[in-house]
Design a protein around this ligand. Structure first.
Ligand code: GLC
Length: 740
């Protein structure tokens, strides 16, 4: 290179260096400059950097260099990107080149409740605190991308990863995911909304090809991702393993290029799921920006560094050099990656992060206590006063760690309070006796059934303990081991595993005073329900589990959680399981979501199949009335906002919180519709005897349906019914409005 050229190159580098690392303080510290200005400044810096990068350096940025990181550009001081799971806590450090833990001793964290619990709080503000706290811990662990939240819709109760997601309703998931993402990203850590899209089961997840109508795609499966991008401003997104309409989701022209990047204007980075990429040309041309996890056995097919064999590595470089793929394609990927860096590890005003601190523990406990759902409370079985009584605590789930297992969302918490520990610390005047009752085996991942002898001795002992107690609390459910709410496989039965039903019936024969605590991320069959007075759904609650469970059982906290998904009485009552194997789990790796838009309560309401427990259901230790429901107009234009008000009264003698839910349906329509769909909700806290007005605003435009005949949203004119209540099957009043 001649001296003149060298000089200009050098001055460019110097200029960039000044910009990037000795940034004039006011460029980022000014509070009042517009985002646009900052974006322009960043975009021009990105232009400058791209002009300096070699083709090899650009390609290197588009794929993994290790299990959870991508290469930077050493000579320019551009950093590596470090990613970590997961959606409810920062995973322990993983080795460079294998799934093994790295064996660090400084990577323990706060385990927050799983996202079904967060969704059950119906509290978007709390979701923001959750995201912010989790983002702080990710920042402190020096992670640039947090691989969560997951928002795949709960279509079947058998899906192994439902516990990681936000339930069956797209509106609830959309409202809860946005503050979570903003909270995480306030720490200069990118959230990574996943798994885009239609990854609604674990069975055959790497192969299954999902077919679903445009209407169901846009109305049910995409809204939470759209909200994450447009309202949440998410900086990265993870493609799903499965195929959609014959193309892998990690390089899917319709999902990534058309809908995500063109229609929604996503300016962030698309990351593949680990080994979710399968083709160089498609990865290059159909929207994948960073390929992770392909052939992550560390050895690949040769002893050469197998990361060079990634689809977006050497094969991609060759195609670029041969001119088969234009350089603009890799430049767009690098631009997105550098934009993510300016938002994270190249941002000059990035917070420092914190972990294992009191505030995070408080947030984890609050989400847990607000997410716990009181399903049944006959004869006021709960709360249980701390008196001189004997409480039998039965079941392995009273002591088993629930932060371990589950797959990639597994955690290494600094501590984890078990339900038994929580009860023992809270009930100082009672006698607490624990008996395992049933066991599932030593390893976190294999559900090994104990030998016949073990099972019998455990059963006999549990019955004896229960017989001699005043009250029995049965801690059962699933446990995040293989087939029991765990990534990589679905449940193979809807009823409870490990002989819990039989044990429960044995115990009921010797003691009628039984409460069932369901530790799970999924609905289960409850054949014994009529014989049980109290049932609580307690989710996977993380580090503070025992404290939160004792808070609710003792009445220190009045439960206010609402179910984010329906409990069918039996599996066949669930929509996905009503259309044979093509609908679930699929046939020859092809699957058709035949229930279409009628997922969850939409199915139960429309087909008049009563659920065991309904979406939105959750009892309180007090009682509430929802009355005086009014709307501000009788007729609305499509641009209007519907202003609904109502009065909520706490008619019981305890302070508590209620969730007002607003569903809307249209009886006469040119297309089939669900009876009603959630379009608004608000949680309200009231002292005993208190009364407050609640106002819920709904954009009339949100009543539109996705019209396949015009490939766009269509707001039908005419009458709509507004249903207001505190559960999808507990409506206080309906009122009619008209869209003109
Ligand atoms: C896993 C999961 C994904 C996770 C990734 C990295 O297979 O599907 O959610 O973030 O790989 O562990």
């Amino acid at each position: 290179m001649n001296s003149k050229k060298a000089l200009s190159k050098f001055s460019k580098i110097a200029l960039i260096f000044i910009f990037i690392f000795l940034k004039t303080p006011d460029a980022f510290s000014q509070k009042n400059h517009s985002m646009a200005h900052e974006n322009n400044a960043v975009e021009s810096k990105i232009d400058s950097i791209i002009s300096l990068l070699t083709l090899e350096e650009k390609v290197d940025m588009c794929h993994a260099q290790s299990k959870f990181s991508t290469k930077g550009v050493e000579r320019l001081g551009i950093p590596e990107i470090w990613m970590s799971d997961g959606p409810h806590g920062v995973r322990a450090e993983i080795s460079w080149d294998s799934w093994d833990f790295a064996g660090w001793t400084n990577d323990s964290i706060t385990a927050f409740p799983a996202l079904t619990c967060l969704a059950a709080t119906f509290n978007p503000e709390l979701s923001g605190a959750f995201g912010y706290s989790l983002g702080e811990e990710a920042r402190y662990r020096k992670k640039d991308v947090l691989l969560g939240p997951g928002v795949n819709i709960y279509r079947t109760p058998l899906n192994g990863r439902n516990f990681e997601y936000m339930g069956e309703d797209p509106f609830l998931a959309s409202k809860m995911v946005v503050p979570y993402i903003k909270g995480v990203q306030k720490n200069g850590v990118a959230a990574c909304v996943k798994h885009y899209a239609l990854n609604n089961q674990e069975l055959w997840r790497n192969q299954v090809n999902v077919e679903v109508s445009d209407r169901a795609l846009y109305e049910i499966y995409l809204p939470a991702f759209k909200a994450a991008v447009i309202d949440g401003g998410v900086w990265s997104l993870m493609g799903a393993y499965n195929k959609f309409r014959g193309q892998y989701c990690c390089h899917n022209e319709l999902l990534l290029n058309k809908i995500l990047k063109k229609d929604w204007g996503f300016d962030g980075v698309v990351v593949s799921d680990w080994s979710g990429a399968h083709n160089t040309y498609e990865s290059a041309m159909f929207g994948l920006d960073i390929e992770m996890g392909t052939g992550t056995d560390g050895l690949g097919s040769t002893t050469a560094n197998h990361y060079d064999h990634y689809y977006l590595a050497t094969p991609f470089l060759k195609s670029l050099k041969a001119g088969d793929i234009d350089e603009s394609v890799v430049n767009d990927k690098v631009r997105r990656i550098l934009r993510l860096m300016y938002r994270t590890n190249m941002s000059s005003n990035r917070p420092l992060g914190r972990k294992n601190n009191q505030e995070h523990h408080d947030v984890a406990r609050k989400v847990a206590t607000e997410g716990i759902v009181l399903l049944k409370n006959k004869n006021n079985f709960f709360p249980i006063k701390d008196e001189n009584i004997t409480i039998a605590v039965i079941g392995e789930n009273a002591t088993r760690s629930m932060t371990a297992g589950g797959g990639s969302s597994e955690l290494k918490p600094q501590f984890e309070i078990s339900p038994l520990e929580g009860l023992k610390m809270r009930y100082k005047n009672a006698t607490i006796v624990h008996s395992m009752g049933y066991a599932t085996g030593p390893s976190v991942y294999d559900a090994v059934i104990p030998s016949k002898l073990d099972a019998d001795s455990l059963r006999v002992e549990a019955i004896k303990v229960a017989k001699n107690a005043d009250i029995v609390l049965f801690f059962g459910g699933l446990n995040k081991s293989h087939l029991q709410d765990c990534e990589g496989a679905d449940r193979e039965q809807f009823n409870l595993p490990f002989g819990q039903d039989e044990l429960l019936n044995d115990i009921l024969r010797v003691n009628k005073n039984v409460g069932y605590i369901l530790v799970s991320g999924n609905a289960v069959e409850m054949p014994w329900l009529n014989s049980i007075n109290g049932v609580i759904q307690t989710w996977y609650l993380g580090s503070m589990a025992g404290y939160a469970i004792a808070d609710v059982i003792s009445g220190d906290v009045n439960p206010s959680g609402k179910l984010p998904f329906s409990f069918p009485v039996k599996l066949q009552d669930n929509a996905a399981h009503s259309f044979g194997e093509l609908s679930y789990p699929g046939k020859d790796y092809n699957q058709v979501y035949k229930e279409d838009i009628l997922v969850g309560y939409r199915w139960h309401d429309t087909k008049k199949i009563a659920p065991l427990y309904a979406f939105g259901h959750g009892l309180s230790y007090t009682s509430f009335n929802i009355t005086d429901i009014k709307v501000d107009k009788k007729a609305y234009t499509p641009q209007d906002k519907i202003k609904l008000t109502c009065q909520v009264t706490n008619t019981g003698d305890l302070e508590g919180a209620e969730v007002v839910q607003v569903y809307i349906g249209k009886q006469k329509s040119k297309v089939k519709r669900a009876l009603k769909e959630l379009k608004g909700f608000q949680k309200i806290n009231l002292k005993s005897g208190g009364q407050k007005a609640v106002e819920i605003t709904i954009d009339a435009a949100n009543l539109a349906f996705y019209d396949e005949s015009i490939s766009d949203w269509n707001l039908e004119k005419g009458d709509y019914i507004i249903y207001v209540g505190n559960a999808s099957n507990n409506i206080a009043e309906t009122i009619k409005v008209n869209i003109k």
